[in-house]
Structure formats: C-alpha cells, structure tokens
Design a protein around this ligand. Structure first.
Ligand code: UP6
Length: 264
C-alpha cells in the first residue's frame, strides 16, 4: 500500500477539495467518514453534531430524509464549518450529462449548493463528468467528485467484470481538477494523487441480509491500503454514536499510522 502521509500526497492533488481532505485528515487525526443514514432532519443534525469532532467527512443520502429542506443543508454546513469536516452527498449519479446537470444542481436538494463531495458511476461514460462539471461551475463553489470504481455489495458487477475497475479509473484520471478519487475497496487506484474511500466497514466484519459485505478498519486501511473508512450502521445504530465514532476513528487512525511506518 501507499506509505506516504496524506499531507505529503496533498500537493499532487489538483482538485482543491481532495487536497483539503488529505490535509484535514492529518490535522484532525481522523480518516473516518460517517454514513449518516437516518431518515429525519432532526436525527441527521443530532448525529452530525455528535460525531462531528471525530470525522473527516459526513456522508449523506439527502433523498432518504423525509423532511429535507434548504434549512437542513444550511444547518449541516454550519456544523461542517464548526467541526471542520466535509459534506459528501452520496447520490451516485448514473445518467447522461444533460440529466445530471439538473439532478446535481436542481430539484429538492440542490446538491452542489452545499455538498463538498459528490460521486458518480462510470457506466454512462465521460459525459457524466462533463455534466457534473457544468453543475459545479454554475454553483460557483469548490466541489470534488469520486468515481465508483468498486462496490461493497455481493455480486456487484464492478468487481465481477474484470475490465470494469480499470476502465472507471481511466475515465476518472482524465479530469483530475474535478475527480480526486474513488469509492473503492482498496487504495492505490489512479496513483498517490487519488483518494480511495471505502464503505462496508464494521468492527468484526460480517454482512447484512441484503448483500452488504463488511471488512474491518484495519483490513481496509492497512491491508487494502484505502484512505477513508465509511461507517454507517456500526456508528449510527450504536447506543452511543459519539463513543462508537471515537472507536472507529482510533482504529482507522492506528491502521493509517502503521501503514505510514511500512508496518503492514
Ligand atoms: N455504500 C455502500 N457500498 C457501496 C457504495 N456505497 O455500502 O459500494 C454506502 C451505502 C451506505 C453506506 O449507501 O450509505 O455506504 C454503508 O452503510 P453501512 O455501514 O450501514 O452498511
């Protein structure tokens, strides 16, 4: 795996959000992203405030929040600025360029007006990145894109089809000022200037009844060399989400420090 520190890699990252994320992780000493998969705005804001001190990124599914309004986005932004974490709206865009312009910029959620990070499937081809670029530029904010190069779910085609991941990586690295990395199960994809963020993380591993497959923080950051662990149910379903976030943060960070020492 990559043994350079996040900060040492940041200088080579052209997208400003990607560079900021790498530096923020070393400064705050956390490579944890919480998947805040709760279903009301009040729960979302309560969770964000509780885990805020421990995370680098809060990952949202705005379209699963039953009472989302512009005020929800404003309140999330305030918490992100207060606790110094980034907002990642995990909308997984997967359509033609013209459609994603409207999905990312408009609708109920106006994602590029508040999210720092958004993501896209590679299936539609490079037009999806051109569309997201249009949406980001018209919002006039810094936003970074992650391409889904792999998934955590059993039988997913990104993992099953041998050419899929390399093709997704090749598409992503042609637009380094927009795309700074991947949703992936491993690190190193696209080289040191790319960030890998990995979902499907839970202490003890295992899975769920609907195809999710879990790996431990140690395995994800250490063995597989990914950069950011994304943890949902392992944290928000815990009796004390703040305490659980602290535990995952410490496990993810210890694995990163061992990796930097070449100790894997
Ligand atoms: N997610 C995955 N696997 C992927 C991509 N995204 O699980 O390949 C997202 C899910 C969820 C989170 O949409 O928000 O990561 C995982 O949540 P969990 O820890 O509760 O399983």
């Amino acid at each position: 795996p990559v043994t350079k520190t996040y900060t040492a890699r940041a200088a080579g990252v052209k997208n400003s959000v990607g560079a900021r994320l790498l530096r923020l992780m070393d400064t705050k000493r956390t490579n944890l992203s919480v998947a805040a998969d709760v279903t009301t705005a009040a729960e979302l804001l309560r969770l964000a405030a509780a885990v805020g001190p421990h995370i680098a990124v809060l990952k949202t599914h705005a379209d699963t929040v039953s009472d989302w309004t512009d005020d929800t986005a404003t309140a999330l932004r305030l918490l992100a600025d207060e606790h110094d974490f980034l907002l990642f709206e995990d909308r997984k865009f997967a359509d033609i360029g013209n459609t994603v312009v409207a999905q990312a910029g408009g609708g109920l959620h106006k994602i590029v007006n508040w999210a720092d990070i958004i993501n896209a499937h590679a299936v539609p081809g490079p037009g999806i990145l051109s569309g997201l670029r249009v949406a980001v530029e018209s919002a006039g904010r810094s936003v970074g894109v992650l391409v889904l190069a792999q998934m955590s779910s059993a039988g997913n085609l990104a993992t099953a089809l041998p050419g899929y991941t390399p093709a997704a990586v090749a598409m992503a690295v042609t637009e380094p000022d927009l795309v700074f990395g991947f949703i992936a199960m491993e690190g190193g994809l696209g080289g040191e200037a790319c960030v890998s963020m990995t979902p499907g993380v839970k202490m003890g591993g295992g899975g769920d009844a609907l195809g999710q497959q879990y790996a431990t923080p140690d395995r994800v950051v250490g063995t597989a060399g990914s950069d950011v662990i994304i943890v949902g149910r392992g944290i928000y379903k815990a009796d004390d989400p703040a305490a659980a976030a602290k535990e995952y943060r410490e496990a993810g960070w210890a694995a990163y420090e061992r990796r930097c020492r070449g100790d894997q």
